[in-house]
Design a protein around this ligand. Structure first.
Ligand code: BGC
Length: 785
């Protein structure tokens, strides 16, 4: 029935579009020429709904009741993009195209109408690596390259950046996100958004909010305290919204304190729009939520990817009066303001041929800038020029460039570490190289072809005979061993054989380490991972550890750049590497539990079951917990070493905390190699009625490349809001009285220089609405764990 209605409607729209924009003598308002109010007034309810319910993802492959037959009839502008909106030709409204994602433009690499031609996109490093650079300007430049590539492919809105917090190292999509800290997340997202949007392409900061696990993600209820929400889970989004004005925000799959985020007016309207001043569009995540009328009322304007039943439900709700026409009109106007900004509205003639060569250069530079040197004893690194390298581990020959799911990219190639090292003039043992390559090819040939959405099982480490290891250690100058991990949408990582190493990996490390060390040769580990793994039990068996992350298509070159010393590593950890999984403050509660309630969702094969995730650790997430509780870690948040050393000097502090404080610090390169230092400013606030972490990151910066002996002065300004805590009893951000110490540190436990100021009486910095409160009491339990 509905199918018939929309077919007639589409036919009518096409017909009107082909004819002149007048009916009889009455001019039909035209988008772009008439005011938005006039266009909205001219729209029928069906047209309005067509604009608010998207289309474009053929979900039949996944078993979801398909898209409308009419949608299939409209050719895709960008094949393989995640979705698009309906055009309304009668009113001159174009369709806009939305495409993932955080590691590159995710579209189909081939098109039936262009046999033999490829439409590859650049595979950039994952977001976690970008955050590890702590370099906002670099991330902005990467955003510019993403923007150019999106523009050239005809994409109007890029579905990135992802910016949920790394609450727990097992989060399956952490690689798509930046950090365990909201300041790092917010600043990185803002820089990225500014870069993309400077090219006339929109962004979608996602997933708003508190979507920190994949477990039953369509029906998982995140229960978090108001303070944890304000200080951590919403804070990064707040920074990104205020500093970069993203064109769109993507609400998340989960429920937050009992309500689907896409259906929660307190979250989307009260907090996001009224408190933070956001005036863009909110779209749902793909198939999220269970009530389109509530989504509309909550000001979630765009339903993606849009199903016929959802359009039907909205039309019925308007006709029966259950959905206020004013709400519909408000949302339509908001969508039109978004469309007005896009390249589609400007009829931009895109080339479908972005400058992949230039973007590969950006990808390589970014990858090298975000790698973190975790250990380097007796200057094992940099490698000596033209060294003979015994290269071990499957991922040395088969790099994990990035994760699976919507963060996947169809790239033209991936440079593996063996190729990268060879291109940099190192000698990779040919026997080992042939054995590994043949082994990996054979395992892959025995498996079904990979699918972007699903994670293939890891390839077990190739077996190495004693004789092989022995001869490699004789023939090589140094050993390099790569450990890899992958993860993606729909599943979280596991402790066994993922966070923890497999017994094969342990054996491989032992045997290679013994063989090389018995010949007084060094061994270097390279971690090709998307999140933390356990390192404490085996790191003494290697001389250096380079955290290369999932570094994108140019990863092998970037790894060689850092191992060779062409690039001096300047990355710092944007999250903690715990000693063991059980030390993680949310180890007991992650990823949540199924509740046993009946499913709220029908017809969605991914729906999973109702579940609840209790965020009982409150604000004590990541370093806020480890440092405050003096829990030893493998590597602290903010940690990373360099091939040179830095000293800090001349700390100057001016101002007072009732207005703003400005700080100045000098950083000097005291070592022998040129390099860059990440400067981290933590503030230790007094313990008042609110329990606080020992210190919290409140600002950061990065020097330019300093030559040996070179120095630079960095300036920072902090306002009361920057250092405030959230007091739920007052629904306000407050600066409690007492002493505030401003510490320049190299990580939360390594204080370089510090100065303190007194705040004589409580400052109430900003009052907010008493919303988003959990219905159950959430104590900040981590301190008594
Ligand atoms: C993901 C989003 C993505 C969307 C479109 C969803 O499954 O959660 O991050 O943008 O799909 O591909």
């Amino acid at each position: 029935m509905f199918g018939q209605t929309t077919t007639l409607l589409t036919a009518a729209l096409v017909l009107f579009g082909l004819l002149s924009p007048t009916i009889g003598q009455v001019a039909v308002p035209q988008f772009g020429k008439s005011s938005i109010d006039d266009v909205v007034r001219a729209m029928t309810t069906e047209e309005k709904v067509a604009l608010l319910v998207g289309m474009g993802m053929d979900l039949a492959i996944a078993g979801v009741p398909g898209m409308s037959p009419d949608d299939k009839a409209v050719p895709e502008k960008v094949p393989g993009a995640a979705g698009r909106t309906h055009a309304i030709p009668r009113l001159g409204i174009p369709s806009i195209t939305l495409s993932d994602g955080p590691a590159g433009v995710r579209i189909n690499p081939t098109r039936p109408d262009h046999p033999g031609k490829f439409f590859h996109a650049t595979g950039f490093p994952v977001a976690t690596l970008l955050a590890s650079s702590w370099d906002e300007d670099l991330v902005r430049q990467v955003g510019v390259a993403f923007g150019e590539e999106s523009r050239d492919f005809g994409v109007d809105v890029l579905l990135a950046p992802g910016m949920n917090l790394h609450r727990n190292p097992l989060g399956g999509r952490n690689f798509e996100y930046y950090s365990e800290d909201p300041l790092v997340s917010g600043k990185m997202a803002a820089a990225f958004v500014r870069g993309v949007q400077s090219m006339g392409v929109g962004t979608s900061i996602k997933h708003f909010a508190v979507n920190n696990q994949e477990f039953n993600r369509f029906q998982s209820n995140s229960i978090a305290s108001e303070r944890a929400l304000r200080e951590l889970y919403l804070r990064g989004f707040e920074i990104a919204v205020k500093e970069s004005k993203p064109w769109t925000v993507m609400s998340s799959y989960n429920l937050l304190n009992g309500k689907y985020t896409s259906q929660d007016a307190d979250l989307l309207n009260t907090v996001l729009r009224r408190e933070w001043g956001y005036n863009g569009v909110v779209m749902t995540d793909w198939l999220a939520g269970d009530n389109v009328v509530e989504q509309m009322t909550a000001t979630n304007e765009l339903i993606m990817p849009g199903l016929p039943d959802q359009s039907k439900a909205l039309i019925e709700a308007v006709n029966s009066g259950r959905l206020d026409k004013a709400v519909l009109d408000r949302n339509v106007a908001s969508m039109l303001r978004l469309i007005e900004k896009t390249l589609a509205a400007k009829d931009y003639k895109f080339s479908s041929a972005p400058d992949l060569k230039a973007h590969a250069v950006v990808a390589r530079q970014a990858a090298a800038s975000g790698m973190v040197l975790l250990k380097n004893e007796a200057t094992a690194l940099p490698l000596k020029a033209a060294a003979k390298v015994g290269l071990f581990g499957n991922n040395a020959y088969d790099l994990v460039a990035g994760g699976t799911g919507s963060g996947n990219v169809n790239k033209a190639y991936t440079v593996s570490p063996d190729t990268g090292l060879t291109d940099a003039g190192f000698q990779i043992n040919p026997t080992l190289q042939t054995n590994y390559r043949e082994y990996i090819a054979k395992v892959k040939a025995s498996r079904p072809p990979p699918h972007w959405l699903y994670l293939p099982p890891p390839i077990p480490e190739m077996e190495l005979s004693d004789a092989m290891i022995d001869s490699m250690s004789s023939e090589s100058d140094i050993g390099v061993l790569v450990i890899g991990r992958n993860s993606g949408e729909l599943a979280d990582r596991k402790v066994e054989a993922d966070f923890d190493l497999t017994s094969n990996e342990h054996q491989m490390i032992d045997r290679i380490s013994n063989a090389f060390r018995s010949k007084s040769k060094k061994i270097v580990a390279v971690l090709n991972v998307g999140g933390p793994i356990e390192v404490a039990s085996w790191r003494n068996k290697v001389d250096a550890v380079l955290l290369a992350w999932q570094p994108g298509q140019e990863g092998g070159h970037a790894i060689a750049d850092v191992l060779s010393g062409k690039v001096n590593p300047s990355g710092r950890l944007p999250m903690t590497f715990p000693l063991k999984y059980n030390d993680v403050p949310s180890a007991d509660t992650f990823p949540g539990k199924e509740t046993g309630e009946p499913s709220r969702l029908q017809g969605n094969p991914f729906a999973g079951k109702p579940a609840v995730a209790m965020y009982t650790e409150g604000i004590f997430v990541g370093y806020r917990y480890y440092v405050t509780q003096k829990v030893e870690t493998a590597y602290d948040f903010g940690f990373g070493i360099s091939y040179t050393d830095f000293s800090y000097e001349n700390l100057k502090l001016n101002g007072d905390l009732s207005k703003s404080v400005s700080l100045q610090i000098g950083v000097k390169n005291t070592g022998k190699a040129a390099g860059r230092e990440v400067v981290q400013l933590y503030v230790a606030a007094p313990q008042g009625s609110l329990k606080k972490p020992i210190a919290e990151l409140r600002a950061f910066g990065k020097t330019r490349e300093l030559r040996p002996g070179g120095s630079q002065t960095l300036n920072f300004t902090l306002t009361p809001r920057d250092i405030a805590s959230f007091d739920p009893s007052r629904s306000a951000w407050v600066v409690e009285p007492g002493q505030y110490c401003f510490r320049f540190q190299s990580s939360p436990r390594l204080v370089r220089l510090s100065q303190c100021l007194d705040v004589p009486k409580l400052i109430e910095v900003e009052k907010v609405n008493p919303v988003l409160r959990p219905r159950v009491e959430i104590a900040e339990k981590a301190l008594v764990r």
